[in-house]
Design a protein around this ligand. Structure first.
Ligand SMILES: C[S@@+](CC[C@H](N)C(=O)[O-])C[C@H]1O[C@@H](n2cnc3c(N)ncnc32)[C@H](O)[C@@H]1O
Length: 337
């Protein structure tokens, strides 16, 4: 179960030590991560009925801030697995004290949390999947193949499984499947073999060490569009944080927590996530779940929601120019019947 981060009554800030707080205050959360498709998300959420909106991946609080600003009656619950992000989000949002609450949890716990904490039924939910720039750019978090750091990649640092555990302990077939399935990398066998050979000499403990092993394993022909380690790092991040398990079920369960007219908006950054989101939205909107070979509908399935985005929305060219990390974002949304 998640825990609410203890907010001090006077300031709404979590009780971080003074020095840490000063260091954090010097860092502006808005500079540490640029929120994607802010206007589009505010537009989608604007017509929702009064009630609680959940920002299931509150991160540095950018989407929550925009929504609190745009919709004065709104109350928001922000969830994140990353305690450091929650501390920074709390600093950023402090001026809206009383209108938001932050919870350190996995968003897949939302159905249980919403019932236990009395948030349901919900007016809206936003989910902005993936990692934040804060996580990518902190060397010690080990998410980036461009920065020297420990092979960590945990969003929730209470968890035991790190990227180093997977890299050094997964048997070859599992390592190869992970890189192939989560990284969609055609060089998976070659990379997995190189990792196994390298770790037989000595454990691979740092990000740059792993990036080097991959670079040496993959033949370079001409200029590369992406660094050869990109997909393996994505695969490891997905596996360490178990990002895809339960995502489909989460969307179904979350949509069922919405008030009629309530809305769900999801931003995905790669096709593996987006496929699950698309399937879940289609299922919620469909009026029949009979197998295609049955000539007439015999099921009781009724449409529960209307899809608001027949095709996903993409960031504008101007947004991509200002924030290249937005380029792979795609946004889908639905409204509860
Ligand atoms: C792209 S960032 C969100 C940024 C945020 N929307 C903003 O504007 O600042 C994604 C966040 O989702 C969090 N996250 C990813 N998977 C999660 C999960 N299953 N449960 C809770 N938080 C998760 C990550 O820790 C990260 O902070």
């Amino acid at each position: 179960m998640g825990r609410s981060i203890p907010l001090s009554l006077a300031t709404g800030n979590p009780p971080v030590a003074g020095a840490l707080l000063m260091q954090r205050e010097a860092e502006q959360p808005a500079d540490l991560h640029r929120s994607v498709m802010l206007d589009e998300i505010v537009q989608i959420l604007r017509p929702v009925p009064q009630g609680v909106v959940v920002d299931a991946t509150v991160g540095l609080g950018g989407h929550t801030e925009a929504l609190l600003e745009a919709m004065p009656q709104l109350r928001i619950v922000g969830i994140d697995r990353d305690a450091e992000s929650l501390e920074l989000a709390d600093l950023r949002l402090a001026r809206w004290s009383g209108r938001y609450e932050l919870t350190h949890s996995d968003f897949r716990q939302l159905p249980e949390l919403a019932m236990a904490r009395g948030w349901a039924p919900l007016a809206g939910v936003i989910v902005d999947l993936g990692v934040s720039s804060l996580q990518l750019e902190r060397d010690e978090r080990g998410f980036s193949f461009r920065r020297e750091g420990p092979l960590d990649m945990r969003m929730d640092r209470r968890q035991k499984r790190t990227a180093a555990v997977l890299v050094n302990r997964l048997p070859y077939p599992e390592l190869r499947s992970m890189i192939r399935d989560y990284g969609e990398d055609r060089q998976a066998s070659r990379i997995a073999r190189a990792i196994v050979e390298a770790r037989e000499q000595a454990p691979i403990i740092s990000t740059l060490e792993l990036a080097r092993v991959i670079l040496e394993a993959v033949p370079q022909r001409g200029p590369q569009r992406i660094h050869p380690a990109t997909r393996t790092f994505q695969a490891l991040r997905i596996a360490v944080n178990d990002e895809l398990t339960g995502l489909y079920e989460f969307v179904l369960a979350t949509a069922r927590l919405l008030i009629p007219g309530g809305r769900l908006a999801v931003v995905a950054f790669h096709s593996l996530e987006d496929r699950l989101i698309k399937r879940a939205l289609r299922y919620l909107a469909s009026d029949c779940e009979c197998p295609p070979e049955i000539p007439r509908c015999v099921c009781d399935k009724r449409s529960e929601a209307k899809i608001l985005t027949r095709r996903p929305l993409y960031p504008s060219e101007a947004e991509i120019a200002a924030n290249p990390r937005a380029r792979s974002a795609r946004l889908r949304a639905l409204e509860k019947n």
